[in-house]
Design a protein around this ligand. Structure first.
Ligand code: G3P
Length: 217
């Protein structure tokens, strides 16, 4: 399973990248706004910096919702760097645009996916990635990880090549559960990735090893 970081913060991207286990980055308009990145020039520059920092795919989301505008915006985003994947919402014009991008050699990440039916449509349109938002599904009293399992089963049966990118990850446990459920990628906040490191027995064990080594000197 690949690890992407879900942020537009360069500091967090660098910290995750320094661990050596980062495979890519996802952003969205909310995350860009949180970092104060506004306007086409600033957005373009920011994506270029991310792509030059991380050796892997970076999802850049379109803000348009009509076919012609999604195509125009997606083409500009894709031209920023070879690692840019155009993130397109799961709407009717979005599906049509994703098929166009697929036919024209531009990779897409279908975002705002909340059902298996939407995941089937994304795969039919040739999306490189489909992004089910598992945390938001949990928030609405459904089981987000269950959706990952369902999509994984359907994609295996049908031989779809689209990679399942579990998004809206809220915890380290989500990452483990998504790995079990067959996600190809987890895009995570930095804290969820770092949370995987933690176990009290590791800390206790290390303290004892170091103390015993010091005592025997
Ligand atoms: O990038 C999409 C997704 O990861 C959003 O997460 O926490 O806003 O539901 P969240």
């Amino acid at each position: 399973m690949k690890f992407f970081i879900d942020t537009a913060s360069l500091a967090q991207i660098k910290e995750a990248n320094d661990l050596g286990i980062l495979d890519g980055v996802t952003t969205n308009p909310t995350l860009m706004a949180k970092e104060g990145i506004r306007g086409e020039e600033a957005v373009t520059k920011h994506y270029r910096t991310i792509c030059e920092t991380v050796n892997g795919d970076t999802s850049a989301e379109v803000l348009s919702t009509s076919f012609d505008e999604i195509i125009a915006e997606g083409k500009k985003l894709a031209a920023i760097h070879k690692n840019i994947v155009v993130k397109v919402p799961m709407i009717k014009d979005g599906v049509k645009a994703m098929k166009w991008f697929t036919d024209n050699g531009i990779r897409t990440n279908c975002t705002l996916v909340f059902s298996a039916g939407q995941a089937i449509l994304a795969a039919k349109a040739g999306a490189a990635y489909v992004s089910p938002f598992i945390g938001r599904i949990d928030d609405s009293n459904w089981d987000g990880v269950e959706l990952i399992s369902q999509i994984a089963e359907i994609y295996t049966i049908q031989g779809f090549q689209t990679e399942i990118l579990a998004a809206s990850i809220r915890s380290s446990l989500h990452i483990v559960k998504c790995a079990e459920a067959g996600a190809d990628v987890c895009t995570c906040p930095l804290e969820a990735i770092l949370g995987l490191l933690k176990h009290p027995l590791t800390d206790i064990g290390l303290a004892k090893f170091l103390a015993d080594a010091k005592a025997s000197k």
